[in-house]
Design a protein around this ligand. Structure first.
Ligand code: ADP
Ligand code: MG
Length: 230
């Protein structure tokens, strides 16, 4: 493993979560630990006892009310992610519900998200960075070919497995090109938005690619704009 290789999630002690390791959900998924969490959900590693495979389960974070809109968001995440089939895009399988809590099942990536990898090692060696960029562009292009705009591309939504393979995850804010309501344009993470998205104008394939540029350089429109011009 090189300095830039991700640490398999199985290497560290499992994080505390609302489901203790060993809990069996829906008589099918045995939880082995919490993998991470973002603004919207909590992700757990589990064994699918029916198929004998490891999967990742994403639940709505406990602090978020599981109303109809949350459920619809989960459904939309699955619908959109399922349209994209590419080695650099995390596969999402299905949606389910346990005691009123919706969850989705997806491919388990035994690795680390790019945000925590960068926190841990500072920066990627240049050859690794170029390869990661190439893979991310390939995954994004596959999504764009299907008309799917990710809209929340940032290091925390990119997984790198123990062999350095890259997967784009979290289609929670994704939308179809041309089908994004004006009120939704600025949904996402401001630090990684393109200038036109920040201004509430539009979300296009170009805007998503700009986002990738910000991820890659670790700058953001806000920090660029705030920098004194020289
Ligand atoms: N398929 C996966 N395999 C392993 N870890 C994952 C997977 N998906 C997400 N994670 C971890 O969980 C974190 C939160 O997941 P994410 O889908 O981004 O949730 P949110 O919608 O709340 O941002 C990610 O940053 C990553 O660390
Ligand atoms: Mg996320």
């Amino acid at each position: 493993m090189t300095a830039a290789a991700a640490q398999p999630a199985s290497a560290g002690p499992p994080e505390e979560g609302r489901f203790a390791p060993g809990t069996v959900l829906a008589q099918r998924y045995r939880i082995s630990g919490k993998l991470g969490q973002g603004g919207m959900g909590e992700v757990y590693r589990a064994t699918d006892l029916l198929l004998g495979q490891t999967v990742a389960l994403k639940f709505l974070a406990a602090r978020r009310a599981a109303g109809e809109s949350a459920l619809e968001r989960f459904r939309s995440e699955v619908r959109l992610a399922r349209q994209v089939s590419h080695p650099n895009v995390c596969r999402v399988y299905d949606i389910g519900e346990i005691e009123g809590s919706p969850f989705l099942t997806m491919e388990y990536v035994d690795g680390e998200d790019l945000a925590s990898l960068l926190r841990r090692i500072g920066r990627l060696p240049s050859d690794k960075a170029a390869e990661t960029a190439r893979r991310l562009c390939a995954g994004l292009a596959a999504a764009h070919e299907k008309g799917v705009l990710h809209r929340d591309l940032k290091p925390a939504n990119v997984m790198i497995d123990g062999r350095g393979h890259v997967r784009i995850t979290d289609f929670g804010l994704a939308g179809m090109a041309g089908d994004i309501a004006p009120a939704e344009i600025r949904a996402g993470t401001p630090a990684y938005m393109s200038p036109e998205q920040l201004a509430g104008k539009e979300v296009t394939r170009r805007a998503i690619s700009t986002r990738w540029g910000w991820c890659y350089t670790r700058s953001s429109p806000a920090s660029v704009l705030l920098k004194p011009q020289v």
